[in-house]
Write a protein that binds this ligand. Structure first.
Ligand code: PLP
Length: 410
C-alpha cells in the first residue's frame, strides 16, 4: 500500500472556516428564520470593475477567432500585464524591477503557499502569531516543523507574537532564523508595519542572510502616505525579500484568480557546498514546471485596472470597502469595544470585552446579533481574546450589523 506524507497528520483537524460553517449551520437549523449577516470570511461582495468585464468580453471574442486565438501563453505572464504591473506598482514609485523578476499566477494563496518549496527543509522559519494560516500549514506539510504542542504552537517554528502590547509589530527573533513571513497590511489584524519597522526587518535579514517573504495582498488598501506599499521601498530589500501581490482584494478577483510574485535576482540562497544560487532561477524553474500560466482572458482583465479609467474604478471599489471599515470601527468604538486596523486594511481586529474567549464571543455574536465574524484564536494562540470583522460586506449589511452591535449587552 502507498504510504502517505506523514506531515499532513500533524495539521490541526478542524480548519477554522469549516468550524465556523458548522456552528452557523447548526444555529440556522435551530433558527431557520434568523437573518444572518456574514462579516467573517475575507471574500469580496462587489462586482468586478466595468473595465475588467469589458476587457474580458473582448478577450473572449479574440479566443473565438483563429487569427486571434491564444493557446498556452508564457508561464510568467503576458508582457502586456507584467509591464503594466512593473510600471504602475514599482517604476512609478522609484523601484526598479526587471521583466524576468515578475511571475504572474492564479493568486497569492498558491504563491505564498508554494514558495517554501524552493527552500531547504532545514531552514528555520519565523511566522507571526496570529497569522494567515497558509504560511504555517504549508511549512508543516513540507516537514519543516515538529508536532503541535499543547500551547498550540508547532515545534521547530519561531513564533513572532503580534498583540496590542507591541502594537502588532513583531519583535525581532532572539535566535537566528532563515525565512521570515511578514504580511502587511496584515490579515488578520488589519494593522501595518511602518517604514522604521520594515527597515528593522530588512536589516535583520541582511545581517543574518535570511529571506523575507512579504505578503502585500492588501497593499491597495493603504491610505496613509507614510506606510510603504512595497517592501522594496526599503533600502536593501531587493537583496533579501520576495513580494506577493494579488488582484483578489485590489479589484475583486477572488473568483477570477490572478496574482503575481516578485523574486529579485539579487535574493540568494546557498547550496550545501556553500555556493550561492539565485532564488529567482529556482522559482522560474518551479513555476514553468508546475504551472501553465494564468488564463489570457483573466490577464486582460487584470491589465485593465492600470488604464486611467481602471484606476478610477478600483479606487472607487476600495473606497467603498474602506467606508465600511470606518463604519465598523467607529460603531465598535461607540460601544466601547477596542478596535484595531481598518485604516489601511479591510480588516478590523477587536479586543473581546471582559476577557471573553474568541469562540465565546463568536457564539454570543451569532446567537444574540446573528452576526458571523472570525474568532482570533483560529489564526494562532496570540489571537485568543481577539475577533476579526471584515469590511467586505455590502454597505447595507455593514450598517445593519453595527446597529445590532449597539444593542448588545456585555
Ligand atoms: N495573502 C493573504 C494575507 C490573504 O489574506 C489572502 C486571502 O485572503 C491571500 C494571500 C490569498 O489571495 P489570493 O486570492 O490571491 O489567492
Amino acid at each position: 500500500m502507498a504510504t502517505i506524507n506523514e506531515n499532513y497528520m500533524k495539521l490541526q483537524g478542524s480548519y477554522l472556516f469549516a468550524e465556523i460553517a458548522r456552528r452557523v449551520a447548526a444555529y440556522k437549523e435551530a433558527n431557520p428564520s434568523a437573518d444572518i449577516i456574514r462579516l467573517g470570511i475575507g471574500d469580496v461582495t462587489q462586482p468586478l470593475p466595468a473595465v475588467c468585464i469589458e476587457a474580458m468580453h473582448k478577450a473572449v471574442d479574440e479566443m473565438g477567432k483563429a487569427e486571434t486565438f491564444r493557446g498556452y501563453g508564457p508561464e510568467q505572464g503576458y508582457s502586456f500585464l507584467t509591464e503594466a504591473i512593473i510600471k504602475n506598482n514599482y517604476t512609478d514609485r522609484g523601484i526598479s524591477i526587471a521583466s524576468d523578476e515578475i511571475f504572474v499566477s492564479d493568486g497569492s494563496k498558491s504563491d505564498s503557499g508554494n514558495i517554501q518549496e524552493i527552500f531547504g527543509t532545514d531552514n528555520r522559519v519565523a511566522i507571526t502569531d496570529p497569522v494567515y494560516p497558509v504560511y504555517l500549514d504549508t511549512n508543516v506539510m513540507a516537514g519543516r516543523t515538529g508536532d503541535i504542542k499543547e500551547d498550540g504552537h508547532f515545534e521547530g517554528i519561531t513564533y513572532l507574537p503580534c498583540t496590542a502590547e507591541n502594537s502588532f509589530a513583531p519583535d525581532l527573533p532572539k535566535e537566528k532564523v532563515d525565512i521570515i513571513y511578514l504580511c502587511c497590511p496584515n490579515n488578520p489584524t488589519g494593522t501595518t508595519l511602518s517604514r522604521e519597522e520594515l527597515t528593522k526587518w530588512v536589516n535583520y535579514a541582511k545581517k543574518n542572510d535570511s529571506v523575507i517573504l512579504f505578503d502585500a495582498a492588501y497593499a491597495a488598501y493603504i491610505t496613509e502616505k507614510n506606510i510603504p506599499r512595497s517592501i522594496y521601498e526599503i533600502h536593501g530589500a531587493k537583496d533579501v525579500a520576495i513580494e506577493f501581490r494579488s488582484f483578489s482584494k485590489t479589484a475583486g478577483f477572488t473568483g477570477t484568480r490572478c496574482g503575481y510574485t516578485i523574486v529579485p535576482k539579487s535574493v540568494m540562497g546557498r547550496t550545501k557546498d556553500g555556493s550561492r544560487v539565485e532564488f529567482n532561477k529556482l522559482w522560474n524553474r518551479r513555476h514553468t514546471t508546475k504551472f501553465n500560466g494564468t488564463a489570457y482572458v483573466v490577464q486582460r482583465a487584470a491589465a485593465a485596472i492600470y488604464t486611467e479609467e481602471g484606476k478610477r474604478q478600483v479606487k472607487e471599489l476600495i473606497a467603498y470597502y474602506m467606508e465600511n471599515a470606518r463604519i465598523i470601527r467607529e460603531g465598535l468604538q461607540n460601544v466601547n469595544i477596542k478596535a484595531y486596523g481598518g485604516i489601511n486594511a479591510p480588516y478590523i481586529w477587536l479586543k473581546t470585552p471582559h476577557g471573553m474567549s474568541s469562540w465565546d464571543f463568536f457564539d454570543k455574536l451569532l446567537h444574540e446579533a446573528n452576526i458571523v465574524g472570525t474568532p482570533g484564536a483560529g489564526f494562532g494562540p496570540c489571537g485568543e481574546g481577539y475577533f476579526r470583522l471584515t469590511s467586505f460586506g455590502s454597505r447595507e449589511n455593514t450598517e445593519r450589523a453595527v446597529a445590532r452591535f449597539a444593542k448588545l449587552k456585555f
